[in-house]
Design a protein around this ligand. Structure first.
Ligand SMILES: Cc1ncc(COP(=O)(O)O)c(C=O)c1O
Length: 398
């Protein structure tokens, strides 16, 4: 069948592809340690599950308003006020089927042919394809590892053209684990305001920050910035609710209302009982999230130490999220038997086959000399996985 041209320009998600391969090996009875996952390895809190069960029992099983129930919007308004010092009205909030859906909806209502959308690289895999699916052009801005992969005023200014419409910022970042300080955001803000860019600020990893780092939303810096920023967040990572599919966007009323219209003609409302569960999550206090962050912090220190002990591997200490992002460029072009491992993809395949560990190659994130290793994996598995990775590296020949 002849498919529409737009689907030829996009790839299936690389992270999901790897996880499928790891699952296939597991199905054959081969034990694989999975470092590919982008989700907390904790179960959803009991109180959140109970809220969904109650909603189910109460018959809260029908269509809701397409952009989400009022009660959830109110809980999101409270969250922004409490955590980000951002004041929104309920009509500035829309709830979608995950933050990924919020981001896709934004691409739908904001982008069109001829628009350029700035994406700092390394980037989360879905940004470029969401831009392409909406006929616009992703423009990548290479950041430098020496600068913790952070976008600077100079790098941003250099890529702006009369066609530039928006910048997608992700702090804390998947895959790099870097996060922007208030001062660094202030610098970017000057260019954003001068060039009248729209900012999409993906803050899905907000609570996962370490060493007393304070997450700041660019929208909170100045009212003029809030007027041109759409903040995207959700409950997937913060409350271990990836399967529930609740994300949200906050921003100018016209953008939010356009998303509600698109949603009313595409998905309709996010699942009714998942919305009730999200209310319980957002209003349930921060103890659960703090427990996860404390656990991830321990794993982060361990995994980074182990990676830096491996020959030809270097790894920055991530400031946030739950990924280590080692530089493995010095391992490329090494050989395994008669096979040359030319790319990070080849290396990731080698690790899967030889060490039975699943890691994601940086290629899909616009970082060809890197691997992404999720530490949303129990410490015992990390210990074993790092042993196997080190052993597999020792087998490689120049
Ligand atoms: C940077 C980033 N943004 C958005 C998402 C999507 O989250 P959700 O599960 O809410 O769709 C992810 C999930 O991996 C992510 O890593």
């Amino acid at each position: 069948m002849k498919l529409a041209q737009r689907v030829n320009s996009v790839q299936p998600s690389a992270t999901l592809a790897l996880s499928a391969k790891a699952k296939a090996l597991k199905a054959q009875g081969i034990e694989v340690i999975d470092f590919g996952l982008g989700e907390p390895d904790f179960d959803t809190p009991e109180a959140v599950k109970n809220a969904a069960i109650e909603a189910l029992r109460a018959g809260f099983t029908k269509y809701t308003a397409p952009g989400g129930i009022d009660e959830l919007k109110a809980a999101i308004v409270e969250k922004f006020q409490r955590d980000n010092n951002l004041r929104y009205e309920k009509n500035q909030i829309v709830v979608s089927c995950g933050a990924k859906h919020s981001l896709y909806n934004l691409a739908q209502v904001l982008f069109e042919r001829g628009d350029e959308v700035l994406i700092p690289a390394p980037y989360w895999v879905s940004y470029p394809d969401q831009v392409r699916l909406n006929d616009a052009t992703p423009v990548f801005i290479e950041t430098r590892e020496e600068n913790r992969f952070l976008l600077t005023r100079e790098l941003l200014s250099a890529r702006i053209t009369p066609r530039t419409k928006a910048l997608i910022l992700n702090t804390p970042s998947n895959p790099t684990g870097s996060a922007y300080t208030q001062k660094q955001l202030e610098e970017l803000a000057e260019v954003i305001l001068e060039k009248r860019l729209i900012v999409i600020s993906d803050e899905i990893y907000e609570p996962f920050v370490y060493d007393q780092f304070k997450h700041v939303s660019i929208a909170a810096l100045r009212p003029e910035l809030k007027d041109r920023t759409i903040v995207v967040n959700g409950v997937s990572k913060s409350y271990a609710m990836t399967g529930w599919r609740i994300g949200y966007a906050a921003g100018p009323k016209d953008v939010i209302s356009a998303i509600e219209t698109v949603q009313s003609q595409s998905t309709s409302n996010p699942t009714s009982i998942a919305q009730k569960a999200a209310v319980a999550a957002l209003r349930g206090g921060s103890r659960f999230t703090e427990m996860m962050v404390a656990e991830f912090d321990q794993r982060r220190r361990y995994i980074v130490k182990r990676l830096n002990q491996m020959p030809a591997v270097t790894c920055l200490m991530p400031m946030g999220a739950f990924y280590a992002f080692p530089n493995v460029a010095a391992l490329l072009n090494h050989r395994w038997r008669d096979r040359a491992l030319k790319t990070a993809n080849d290396l990731a395949e080698y690790f899967l086959e030889e060490a039975r560990i699943a890691v994601v190659a940086g290629d899909a994130f616009g970082a060809p000399g890197h691997l992404r290793i999720s530490y949303a994996t129990p410490l015992s598995a990390i210990e074993q996985g790092m042993d196997r990775m080190a052993e597999a590296i020792m087998k490689l020949k120049r």
